[in-house]
Design a protein around this ligand. Structure first.
Ligand SMILES: [Zn+2]
Length: 280
């Protein structure tokens, strides 16, 4: 943390405020309103018993930044009433259907383990639209387990889908699809696509390490030659290519090393330290 931020934080704390982490709030809140720079103790009346309570700045920080409670949510009940309410609700939660998410997760794992039928496909399709992301991830895993040409095409579409860094579901879904595809990719037809996915940052090479490791050295070298030759190229692609090569234990050729060592981007030049010949 930079010095000005720390002195700001100390100043806020000395006045009973808690500084807010805008990075975390921005990631978990989809709001058009402004995000707070700090939290202040808030007085409220308990919805059930009317007691005057204080929702402290510290509790707010915990609620919004650790639990990821919506920035629009507020404390509405005192502690005693929260406990009473939880106890009153408990019996109905234990009833049949209360653990719906758990049951549906089990069901999807079961469907994934047996050959697909029209009915099980319909269930997986429905799960892909579920409000619960964990069910969507299980549905994606099921497509990978089935692994028919159509399933693989759908998984590839997930991975290829354009997205911004704020499309949290697209990022999560693509990550799940990358994992699901690990056992479905074939040499040599998927080699080029898989490398390109890694270079675009749509999939980390670690999920596909085994597959990438089996791509012939000259194929990787050809990619490297092309990427490294683009002097005005995208530094992120070069970085991802170096990460991919490092992941599967390949090093750029001496000629390529010489080129990369003088790359315009400092991060690229620093990355070269990860390769053995640079250590010496
Ligand atoms: Zn109360």
């Amino acid at each position: 943390m930079r010095a000005p931020d720390r002195s700001r934080d100390l100043l806020l704390r000395s006045t009973g405020m808690e500084p807010a982490d805008l990075g975390v709030l921005g990631l978990y809140n989809n709001t058009y309103g402004p995000l707070p720079g700090h939290y202040l103790d808030r007085a409220f009346s308990c919805r059930d018993c009317g007691a005057e309570e204080v929702w402290t700045a510290k509790q707010q920080k915990w609620w919004h930044e650790i639990v990821h409670g919506s920035i629009e949510s507020r404390a509405v009940r005192c502690l005693a009433c929260r406990r009473a309410r939880r106890a009153a609700l408990a019996p109905s939660r234990e009833g049949k259907g209360a653990n719906r998410l758990g049951e549906m997760s089990e069901r999807l794992r079961g469907l994934a383990g047996s050959a697909p039928t029209e009915a099980s496909r319909a269930e997986v399709d429905a799960a892909l639209e579920s409000k619960w992301w964990s069910l969507r991830v299980l549905a994606i895993a099921a497509l990978g387990r089935w692994g028919t040409a159509a399933d693989i095409a759908r998984l590839c579409a997930f991975v290829d889908a354009p997205r911004s860094r704020w499309d949290l579901w697209r990022i999560e879904g693509a990550g799940a699809a990358v994992k699901a595809l690990a056992g479905c990719l074939r040499h040599p037809e998927d080699d080029g696509w898989a490398i390109e996915v890694c270079l675009r940052g749509h999939g980390g090479p670690w999920s596909w390490r085994e597959f990438l490791s089996a791509i012939p050295a000259d194929r990787i070298a050809a990619f490297a030659k092309e990427e490294f030759a683009r002097r005005d190229g995208d530094a992120d692609r070069v970085l991802r290519l170096l990460a991919l090569m490092h992941c599967i234990g390949r090093a750029p050729s001496p000629t390529q090393m010489a080129i990369v060592r003088t790359h315009a981007c400092k991060d690229v030049r620093l990355w070269m330290r990860h390769f053995p010949s640079e250590v010496a």
